[in-house]
Design a protein around this ligand. Structure first.
Ligand code: GLN
Length: 533
């Protein structure tokens, strides 16, 4: 029988609940347990696929092609386990499914209510992950305790506690202790109030994970324990980590969080095996040098918009014991015809995925600069499309070459809509999504990186390289180094007479893990390191 852990958050958002839930997952795995992770988001969107990166950060795509919350990226990176459509649920999805059942008449004329119909649907989503081979299901509830939208989720997880027995269910509440400078101390009142809110619903937390900027004193711990009704040893401090988020599992393990969980569930397992994790953290904390990578994108001011990308770059750096300084360079800075000074100082340039017109000319200019000057270049999704446009214009002489996404009237549509995409009406969940196989060309930089001739990577796009232009691009030396197995889709291109110029139609960053850096990111950073010297 599977056990259930629920992670809730209080006081403020952006506490790093996803990282904490993922870290708990890592600790359980290091104890030899088989786990599943689940994110429940109380907002009404059916999935985050249509949400702006400005509002919601990156959209993370699973192997089975679902557009999900970026926390699933943390889950995969920390636990090494792939997530799936079962791992991400929103209120919108729950209501959608309940209302469809109602329309079908599945409820046999009953009045449909929050309790039990919505809560039952939520519970069935949690239990769907408790397959026979699973020991623990870790569920993170998005949002903050006290949000109106989150109430049904909290009610549902309270019911699970009753139904499964409190020995089989654990509630871990994450809170924030503000440091009030004038008083010179950390304040516990907001935490007390958020726990009071939880208790009102009938949930008594078993563990309190406290984010703070400074260490918790013994006094503060006692106060939290007393007022929040949590045993003293279960008041866990999660102080802002200094170097990397991958320290969090170690910080929690030091305070015995995995042991607290084992005792609560009465599970006998040997101590946590965290050796490889510690070695990886050590490589990140003690780098031998720094590689500078310029990311030429549209959302330059947003950390969360390129979450997986930034992590993958850091993993690639750690593979060489290098830290990676990621410099966001606004694509528009290249549009004046000048190369911005900061771009000249980079050891490598990367153009990430994106949508829409803004910044594309700048991205194309940045790619030209990298190609003509032997600067290691990595293009991802829109980055590949821009690289093909750049090659078509400046090497093949196809003036005005473009993607029909940006210029529908272009004389040379070197990037165009896939046939099946032309019929699409709804924007949600209708792109080419999820994992697709790709065959690599022997002897290419791609094949060298992967050390394989067939790979699988995740996609999220509508447009593709136009096959009509393949002969012209190849005649001028562009190598189509990755194709779909039927040969119809260009998935990777590279410029062979260049230190490292690789572009991919998929999103390799989604599969990079700190313990298993992605081969393309590893080799891109390797090439940048060589250039730096
Ligand atoms: N806008 C492009 C497309 O839809 C690229 C998408 C992306 O970079 N994720 O094909």
């Amino acid at each position: 029988m599977a056990k259930f852990i629920f992670v809730t958050g209080g006081v403020v958002s952006s506490l790093g609940k996803g990282i904490t839930a993922a870290s708990i997952g890592r600790l359980l795995i290091s104890r030899g347990l088989r786990i599943r992770m689940l994110k429940m988001d109380p907002y009404l969107n059916v999935d985050p696929g249509t949400m702006s990166p400005y509002q919601h950060g990156e959209v993370y795509v699973t192997d089975d092609g679902v557009e999900t919350d970026l926390d699933l990226g943390h889950y995969e990176r920390f636990t090494g386990q792939p997530t799936s459509r079962k791992s991400s649920v929103t209120s919108g999805r729950i209501y959608w499914d309940v209302l469809q059942k109602e329309r079908r008449g599945d409820y046999l004329g009953h009045t449909i209510q929050m309790i039990p119909h919505i809560t039952d649907e939520i519970k069935s989503r949690v239990r769907a992950l408790a397959e026979p081979e699973v020991d623990v299901v870790v569920t993170e509830i998005g949002g903050t305790v006290g949000d109106i939208e989150g109430l049904t989720f909290l009610e549902a997880i309270r019911q699970i506690g009753l139904e499964e027995g409190r020995d089989n269910v654990m509630y871990i509440h994450m809170t924030y202790l503000p440091f009030i400078r004038a008083a010179g101390e950390l304040k516990t009142k907001p935490s007390q109030q958020s726990v009071a809110k939880l208790r009102e619903i009938g949930i008594i937390p078993d563990v309190l994970v406290c984010r703070s900027e400074t260490p918790l004193t013994e006094d503060i711990r006692r106060k939290l324990s007393l007022f929040c009704n949590v045993p003293l040893h279960a008041v866990i401090e999660e102080i802002d980590v200094r170097h990397t988020i991958y320290e969090v599992p170690l910080v929690l393990a030091e305070q015995g969080l995995d042991e607290i969980i084992m005792v609560h569930f009465r599970l006998a397992r040997p101590g946590a095996k965290l050796g490889p994790w510690k070695t990886m953290v050590d490589a990140i904390v003690h780098p031998e040098g720094t590689v500078k990578i310029g990311v030429v994108g549209k959302y330059s001011e947003l950390q969360d918009a390129y979450k997986s990308l930034h992590e993958a770059l850091r993993h690639g750096g750690a593979a060489h014991r290098q830290s990676v300084q990621i410099v966001q360079i606004s694509a528009e800075a290249f549009e004046s015809g000048q190369i911005p000074d900061e771009a000249r100082q980079m050891d490598g340039l990367l153009v990430p995925g994106g949508f829409g017109k803004r910044g594309t000319e700048g991205k194309i200019a940045a790619i030209r600069y990298a190609r003509e000057n032997g600067i290691p270049f990595f293009g991802i999704c829109l980055g590949l499309q821009c690289a093909v446009i750049e090659y078509a214009r400046h090497v093949c002489g196809l003036e005005g070459a473009h993607s029909t996404e940006i210029d529908p009237a272009t004389p040379h549509p070197v990037v165009c809509l896939m046939e099946e995409q032309e019929k699409v009406v709804d924007l949600g969940g209708s792109m080419r999504l999820g994992a697709w196989p790709c065959v690599l060309r022997k002897g290419s930089a791609a094949a060298r990186a992967y050390g394989a001739d067939q790979i699988s990577e995740r996609h999220r796009h509508r447009y593709e390289v136009n096959n009509r232009y393949r002969p012209q691009l190849e005649a001028k030396g562009l190598v189509l180094s990755g194709l779909s197995p039927d040969g119809h889709l260009v998935e990777m291109v590279e410029v062979p007479a260049h230190p490292w110029f690789v572009a991919v139609q998929f999103h390799p960053e989604l599969k990079s893990q700190p313990l298993l850096p992605h081969p393309l990111f590893r080799d891109f950073i390797g090439a940048a390191l060589k250039r730096r010297g």
